[in-house]
Write a protein that binds this ligand. Structure first.
Ligand code: E4P
Length: 217
């Protein structure tokens, strides 16, 4: 399983990229709004940091296929690594079909069921994004969705990649890896949590103390 970072905050993207653990970035309208920056400006900056798939979503207020297609073409023109993120609606699927035929890659987002994922794949999506944490939030095990989609895609030889999204903690990450997600998109805070273990800290302290006791500083 590969990692993308799920943020529009360039400092966090730089930190994760410097660690060598991410190979792509996902954003959404809420994450862009949180940074308070112009979409094209922040996306262009992100493409200069990470050399991999960068998902940029059509405007949250755009609900019809025609305008999603228009915006999708504009997003794709920003950089060859751009992936157009499209919400899982009937209009969204129509837009995915057209953009795919033009060679533009798409990521169908807000996936909350296996039938939605299957339709998005058949419309031509390069990626589907099931939202694990938001299902957990309403007491439905999000990981079951990721596993079902992975099973269906395997059985039918579907090449659409699964981006496990709405990943909130390191246990989610491991569950996604075991369930067969191709990618987990995670906030920087989760990457940071994943680096930590109390025995690592204790081990470093002991190595330092033992070393200093014989060789000094
Ligand atoms: C995915 O692409 C979304 O940007 C994201 O993972 C949503 O996460 P949240 O449910 O924590 O907002």
């Amino acid at each position: 399983m590969k990692f993308f970072i799920d943020t529009a905050k360039v400092e966090d993207i730089k930190k994760a990229n410097d660690m060598g653990v991410i190979c792509g970035v996902t954003t959404n309208p809420s994450l862009i709004a949180k940074e308070g920056r112009v979409f094209e400006e922040v996306i262009t900056e992100i493409t200069s940091i990470v050399d991999g798939p960068i998902s940029g979503e059509v405007k949250a207020t755009t609900v019809d296929a025609e305008n999603m297609i228009k915006e999708g073409r504009e997003i794709a023109a920003i950089h060859p690594n751009m992936i157009v993120k499209i919400p899982m609606t009937v209009e969204g699927l129509k837009a995915v079909k057209v953009l795919t035929a033009e060679g533009i890659k798409t990521n169908v987002t807000l996936i909350f069921s296996a039938p939605q994922a299957l339709l998005a794949a058949r419309a031509g999506a390069s990626y589907v994004s099931p939202f694990l944490g938001r299902l957990d939030d309403i007491s439905m095990p999000g990981i079951d969705l990721v596993r079902s989609i992975a099973d269906i895609f395997n059985v039918h030889g579907i090449e659409t990649e699964i981006i496990a999204a709405s990943v909130r903690n390191p246990i989610h990450v491991i569950d996604c890896a075991l369930a067969g997600a191709d990618i987990a998109t995670v906030p920087y805070s989760v990457i940071e949590q994943m680096t930590k273990h109390p025995l690592t800290d204790i081990g470093i302290e002991k190595f330092q103390a033992d070393y200093k006791s014989v060789f000094g500083e």
